[in-house]
Write a protein that binds this ligand. Structure first.
Ligand code: HEC
Ligand code: HEC
Length: 304
């Protein structure tokens, strides 16, 4: 450190090591000073306006009277206002589910709000998001996947709403006593073949014979199902009752043919598949809620 200051015209502290290394006393830059003063002014203003300093019996309240709870309530009121506008439109008796779908904003709101309702009332059977339940127990119930474009009762939003409102219970008689073991085996092979895009000749004959199977009466000449009856499409690879799949499929189809569907009054081993009613005759959900659910199911991916 040098005793004699070699830079007399400069503000320095006298701490000089050499010509390039010395301690100066310049003012800080302007931007820094502005920032410094702005920050303490902000602090004081904040302390005055908002709740800040804790005390033994509470805290300073601030002159704005702001609280987190009042802000939350205001936000909630704002949301409720937007919501009630949409709810009113949905609950209007003249507003149909199809009209909701046609309105982007209303449809988006409806789908979001129905998701929760679906979780409460429908997922237990149809899986979350209508994706079905993969781990079906060995009981013989089958719950249709709602997130595909395969429909038992039709996939227009009106048909879906009717399904929810009144429930569904597709009935197929048991054929155990009407067909011989051989006829049943042929039929089962024909059904499995249909799902793979081919046919089984002897089985097809039983399918089309009104005095034996007469299956075409409900499943259609083309075996593609009839929406009014909820009879399954037998020509696709989507199964209603095929718990185990694979090489068990033939046995599973045979069971359906022999014992029928929803025919437990005449055959205790019948397949059981009842969609409960959610309209006035069942759970009695409000019409607006049924509309929302119909829109939601329609939008899951497979609506027509
Ligand atoms: C107790 C179980 C159960 C519950 C709860 C249930 N469903 Fe179903 N659902 C079924 C069964 C079983 C079927 C098939 C009926 C049939 O095969 O005849 C079905 C059929 C349907 C269908 C017709 C599918 C098609 O392919 O045509 C729709 C749509 C549907 N359900 C929607 C819903 C909605 C929405 C809810 C909630 C409000 C719901 N379900 C609640 C069991 C249930
Ligand atoms: C009275 C109408 C009716 C008749 C007749 C009928 N079915 Fe069905 N069948 C149905 C209905 C309805 C379903 C769908 C039930 C459901 O999904 O809840 C069904 C379902 C099935 C299934 C289950 C499909 C799957 O995906 O798991 C098979 C297989 C079947 N029928 C075969 C036959 C055969 C073979 C015959 C003739 C021996 C026949 N059905 C006659 C109404 C009928």
């Amino acid at each position: 450190m040098s005793e004699n200051n070699p830079f007399p015209n400069e503000k320095n502290t006298g701490h000089i090591w050499d010509e390039t290394l010395r301690e100066l006393q310049n003012d800080p830059p302007g931007w820094w000073r502005i920032g410094f003063h702005a920050s303490w002014i902000f602090c004081i203003a904040y302390f005055v306006l908002y709740p800040s300093i804790p005390s033994l019996d509470g805290y300073t309240k601030g002159t704005l009277g702001w609280t987190a709870v009042s802000e939350y309530k205001e936000d909630l009121a704002a949301i409720d206002e937007v919501r009630s506008k949409w709810e009113k439109q949905i609950n209007d008796p003249n507003m149909t589910a199809a009209m909701i779908i046609a309105d982007d904003e209303l449809r988006n709101y409806t789908v979001r709000s129905a998701k929760v309702i679906f979780g409460d009332f429908c997922s237990a059977c149809h899986g979350s998001g209508g994706a079905g339940i993969s781990s079906l127990s060995a009981d013989q119930s089958g719950y249709p996947v709602l997130a595909d474009d395969d429909w038992l009762y039709g996939g227009t939003v009106e048909q879906i709403q009717t399904t929810l409102t009144n429930g569904r219970r597709g009935i197929m008689p048991n054929y155990g006593a009407r067909l011989t073991t051989e006829e049943t085996a042929d039929l089962a092979q024909h059904i499995v073949a249909l799902s793979e895009g081919s046919e089984h000749e002897a089985g097809k004959a039983v399918f089309m014979d009104p005095t034996k199977g007469g299956c075409f009466a409900c499943h259609g000449m083309d075996a593609k199902g009839i929406a009014a009856l909820g009879s399954a499409n037998l020509t696709d690879a989507i199964w209603r009752f095929d718990v185990k799949g694979g090489d068990q499929r033939l046995a599973s189809v045979t069971h359906t043919i022999v014992h029928g569907v929803n025919s437990e009054l005449i055959d205790p081993a019948s397949r059981n598949a009842v969609m409960p009613a959610f309209g006035p005759l069942g759970k009695d959900l409000p019409t607006g809620t049924l509309k929302k659910l119909a829109v939601y199911v329609h939008q899951l991916g497979g609506g027509k």
